[in-house]
Design a protein around this ligand. Structure first.
Ligand code: GLU
Length: 547
């Protein structure tokens, strides 16, 4: 058969470059031998999940701990699944977690020399190589219809044979020249398949960067490499792109491990040296005593939006994922509590072979610790970021008064003091804690434990003597002085010795004041709260708190 003529009939494009040129267009990268070139290659479906972040972190760390490059390639070969704005969403989501690309789709970088980074824009490159494979007898057209393929699959299933397009089942592999041209003339749609040279009798030793030594069975399937719309399949695009984008390490989900033999054969027939592969295990969770994969349908925590909307501290999510990626990160982190996780020696080889167990409680724990370490200024930036995106209009207005918020944060987070507050795991919780410092979100619960006369007497007495210039001890002396006026003990010792003699004690005086001013019976230091609120607001609340 005249394969050149066949290739020209199947791929009639007149503007394809000779394939040798691509080696010059996309030369080897100048890099040190250890520097890894990695990529994130998502489909633009709009759903960016924790697994993507987990993988992106492994990619980013592998590249940046070795002085390499991390780039973004968009695998948009499936037009139907494409969602507008999905690429920006990937970039924005990862940026939120402190992960930046050096190169790639929508990245403004002088390094962008290996593009286009959208697969649909690379159609000419793929088609040039498919044409070459046809000319060399490594690929052929297949005119089988969906129904015919289904019938073959049913037959294979019934006779317990491996399913797929191979050997005796590869009907179009040996189509005569006449039949091919006849089909083309009739305008029958076709795909291009690899003419596999492999045999399942052959086993190939293979070293996966995570799974270690594995043995894979050679491919014998005539997989589709170019679909009927002229766009390649993942398999073919992967081989071409990772070769010409000069990827050194392909980190991808273990669901691709079963197609590895196809990828190895494709690299072989294309004359490429395969990259190193690292197949990551899926993220798992415990569900009623059994371990299962995180699922898009059942687990809202799989979506990255969940963490942004709930206001997780992004660094906490990253640090938690680091503990899942390399189990010795936790130990490193304990030794370097204030260390930048980027200084940890991440290595892909240290990743666990089995599925990492994702535990939201542990993440919450890391988040609480990280938030408790923030300075008031950094805490403001973090909370304000959440407020801008997810807060109410009232939150947005409140956060404009940065100076006021910082004062509140210094107090409620215990910044600078010995006792740092360690119960905030998400921005939203922090933002709700400051609500009572603003009149429009002050929703008091006046549940006093004393009768109205006592309450009113306490509040009136305090208003009379209150001086915002008082320091803590002068302030407390005034609170103490109110106690005997309402039949309370001013000394705790005295009260404990003779509780029957008193209606209450000095801490009950403080509680009444606290409920009036903060609307709650528990709060941080009340004297400081009054100082932050200022005299007018404090007095107004003391008055409004009367029953
Ligand atoms: N587009 C593929 C996916 O989203 C990429 C796999 C790979 O990283 O090679 O699963």
């Amino acid at each position: 058969m005249d394969l050149k003529k066949l290739a020209a009939a199947l791929i009639p494009d007149g503007d394809l470059l000779p394939i040798e040129e691509y080696e010059n267009i996309y030369p080897e990268r100048e890099r040190s031998p250890k520097a890894e070139v990695t990529r994130l290659a998502p489909s633009p479906t709009g759903f960016i999940h924790l697994g993507n972040l987990y993988s992106a972190l492994a990619d980013e760390r592998s590249a940046h701990t070795t002085g390499g490059i991390f780039y973004l390639r968009i695998e948009d070969t499936d037009e139907k699944r494409k969602v507008d704005g999905a690429v920006e969403s990937v970039i924005r989501s990862l940026k939120y977690f402190g992960i930046d690309f050096d190169e790639g789709a929508e990245i403004d970088s002088p390094l962008n020399k290996y593009g286009p980074y959208y697969q649909r824009q690379r159609a000419k490159i793929y088609r040039a190589f498919v044409k070459d494979l046809i000319e060399r007898g490594y690929a052929y057209p297949c005119f089988c219809t969906e129904d015919e393929l289904n019938a073959v699959r049913e037959e294979q299933t019934a006779t317990k044979k491996t399913t797929g397009y191979y050997g005796e089942y590869a009907k179009c592999r040996n189509l005569s020249e006449d039949n091919i041209y006849k089909n083309l003339k009739e305008g029958k749609p076709f795909v291009i398949r690899l003419k596999s040279q492999g045999s399942i009798e052959n086993k190939i030793p293979f070293r996966d960067a995570i799974k270690g030594e594995v043995t894979v069975t050679e491919n014998d399937q005539d997989v589709v490499i170019l679909k009927s719309d002229g766009i390649p399949t993942y398999h073919f695009a992967h081989a071409i792109d990772d070769h010409f984008m000069r990827t050194t390490l392909v980190i991808r989900g273990e669901e691709w491990l079963s197609s590895l033999p196809v990828h190895l054969e494709l690299h072989k027939v294309l004359g490429f040296k395969p990259p190193r592969y690292a197949h990551t295990s899926s993220l798992m969770k415990m569900d009623g005593g059994t371990k299962r994969k995180l699922s898009k349908r059942k687990d809202p925590e799989l979506s990255l939006d969940y963490y942004r909307k709930a206001g997780y501290f992004p660094l906490a999510v990253v640090k938690y994922l680091m503990t899942l990626l390399n189990s010795d990160f936790e130990e490193w982190s304990l030794k370097n509590p204030d260390g930048d996780y980027r200084n940890f020696k991440f290595r892909i080889e240290k990743m666990s072979r089995s599925g990492a167990l994702f535990d939201l409680d542990k993440l919450n724990d890391v988040s609480r610790t990280e938030i408790s370490k923030l300075s008031a200024e950094d805490c403001y930036t973090f909370l304000n970021g959440w407020v801008e995106e997810c807060g109410t209009d009232a939150d947005k207005t409140h956060f404009k008064d940065k100076e006021y918020i910082i004062k509140i944060l210094e107090l409620i987070m215990g910044v600078g003091g010995k006792k740092r507050r360690k119960d905030i795991e998400r921005a939203e919780q922090g933002v709700r804690l400051i609500d009572y410092f603003f009149d429009d979100t002050f929703t008091p619960d006046y549940s006093y434990r004393f009768d109205a006369n006592t309450v009113n007497a306490v509040l009136d007495s305090f208003i009379k003597t209150y001086d915002p210039a008082d320091d803590n001890s002068a302030w407390f002396a005034k609170v103490k002085a109110i106690a005997p006026l309402v039949g309370f003990a001013s000394e705790m010792g005295e009260y404990k010795a003779n509780p029957e003699k008193y209606k209450g004690n000095v801490s009950d005086v403080a509680e009444i004041l606290r409920i009036a001013v903060t609307g709650m019976s528990n709060s941080p230091d009340l004297c400081s709260i009054m100082r932050i609120l200022g005299k007018d607001r404090t007095v107004a609340r003391l008055k409004a708190g009367k029953r």
